[in-house]
Design a protein around this ligand. Sequence first.
Ligand code: AMO
Length: 480
Amino acid sequence: MTTWVPTAFRTHTLGELQANGADLIDKEVTVIGFAERIAGKKVCFIDLRDGTGKTQVFIKKENIGEDAFDTVIRTTRESTLQFTGTVALKRPPKVKEGEPTPPPAYEVVASSVNVIARAQAPLPLGVTDKVNVELSTRLDNRFMDLRRSHVNAMFRLRGKVLQFGREHLISEGFFETHTPKIVATATEGGADLFPMQFYDRPAFLNQSPQLFKQLCMSGGLERVFEIGPAFRAEQSDTYRHLAEFISFDIECSWANDDDVMGVLERMIHHIWKSVAEEEEAQALIATINAYRSEQNAYLAEQGEDLEQAEDPVEIIVPELPFPRIEYDEAIRIIKERGGTIEWGDDIDAENSDLLAQDLPQFYFLPRWPMSLKPFYIHQIEGENGSTGQQLSRGFDLNFGRDEMTSGGQREHRIDVLVENLKSMDLNPEEFEFYVAGFRHGVPPHAGWGLGVERILMALTGANNVRETVLFPRDLNRYCP
Ligand code: AMO
């Protein structure tokens, strides 16, 4: 439950007014918001919207004065207006026989108005219109797109997902940290780095907190998590790649790959369960679903392509433990289903589709070949895959065809770590700040990094990762 504290501009939020309307009847309130609809010439109804909800405001000349009345009816949609007035029960809508009666709604009968900021017409895009708007137009005018209730709900839901993720990790003894985003060396490989100027020296935007979260383990911090930006100069212009994403990372001492897979599945289970059970989260999903079903009906009516239509969100709380399909097994399944792949190959999108045929939800892919994993991943001593190649303690977590997370147990033995760097054509001297952390005693440790936007896609069924980012950065976009 939120405690809304009055501000300089309002005594109540509009959401609060609807939730507590029964206690506010006949009381004076000041409310403020965007004028979504202004209807009527003799008496006028304004649908006012703020970030928490909507309320109808009723004005007539006798109450508000002729000049103020004329100003309001001539005001443009989406202008910001402030009203003072008394709360009244709104006349209930007529319902057909057999239909449920909606809960009581409340309105404000205004006695004064302030036009705070008038909206220029035309609007760059409609807030309540059904017309399908291209994603690029929406992103160019994101501030206006965010006023649409289902888009607004998506970002509130994103906040909830992070909140539930955080609270779960804290309950398992992790605490939140931050690592630098300006770095001197690559973490995940050299190709997709954004170079930058650091005073008079070259530097990069960090691709992952990897090396620093590992140094936290060397420093005895034991269980840390970080939610922060990661930058990748991706050359792929796809529905799931961003140039800047939020990486949700953990690192955990005295633990191996199996241990941190457990942390991950328990956290995801907690997020899904909380979203399914928490009242506010359910209301956000209802808003998204109401939009999707209206929009899909409209598209069908217009005879438009339904390829891009999104199904209503259905939260299926995943059962624990998640299935574990070892890499070896995954290759066998893909081959069996006619995929072109050899042991030692990465699993591309097409082959992921084959694998996901009977795995539409979450599943782990543990024990990848060492040759496909970065230098910091631990080998499985003495264990090779079916073709005799070295296996690793690296894993992925997929949701259907899409990768959500990579992680693994880390190599903590300095001699092996240095050998790994060399064998992957990296210069240990450039990683001295990192290698030094392994020289004076270090806990065995493991961790993972999860793409926040990808998890939001999995939760909401959004068909483009950009739906889950306020201001996406990708191959073609860095403004606004
Ligand atoms: P990896 O490179 O697999 O692993 O990244 C971890 C997760 O981050 C997300 N992700 C992305 N999301 C959107 N756009 C991108 N361009 C993008 N790149 C990655 C994915 C991916 O699974 N250091 C390791 C993690 C670890 O071992 O702890 C790492 O960064 O969801």
